[in-house]
Design a binder for this molecule. Structure first.
Ligand SMILES: [Mg+2]
Ligand SMILES: [Zn+2]
Length: 158
């Protein structure tokens, strides 16, 4: 089985701006992200993100694909592999779904697809719904403040 670090996107990977981020010009990687992940060898890295702005009509799947491509390329530029990115395009204002965190369908799919041992894996998020989603599937969880430097937390990962 594999070990994984699941990462929330906004506030963990990139700057939480207090509003939706979909333009590449607004997408700013947080300090310490790549340095921290480089210390976590033998883990898969998988992003799990709510993108309810799609349901709201603020941006489209194409916009999310562009930010996904930017993440994949920038990880690679830092000699890191981003294994996968899951996003929920729904929003509770417009209907129910099973994927929007704190629901855990995105995590369940990733855990099955990549044969992940939840007891040895972590969800790092900056909101309680991230932590709740992780706990739903038995992951270890680490809650940070938005845009914290991940280097300050990796001592929590064994
Ligand atoms: Mg967040
Ligand atoms: Zn959803």
């Amino acid at each position: 089985m594999n070990k994984a670090i699941f990462l929330d996107r906004d506030g963990v990977v990139n700057k939480e701006r207090g509003e939706y981020t979909w333009r590449l010009s607004d997408f700013e990687f947080n300090n310490g992200l790549f340095e921290a992940l480089k210390k976590l060898t033998n883990y898969l890295f998988i992003v799990i993100t709510n993108q309810g702005g799609i349901a709201k009509g603020l941006y489209t799947h194409t916009d999310v694909a562009k930010t996904n491509a930017l993440m994949l390329k920038t990880f690679a530029d830092n000699n890191l592999q981003l294994t996968d990115i899951y996003y929920c395009p729904h929003h509770t204002d417009y209907g129910k779904c099973l994927c929007r965190k704190p629901n855990s369908l995105m995590l369940e799919r990733a855990i099955a697809k990549y044969n992940i041992d939840v007891k040895k894996s972590y969800f790092i998020g900056d909101t309680q719904r991230d932590i709740d989603a992780g706990k739903n599937v038995g992951l270890n969880t680490i809650k940070i403040h938005p845009n914290d430097n991940l280097l300050d937390y990796i001592n929590k990962i064994k």
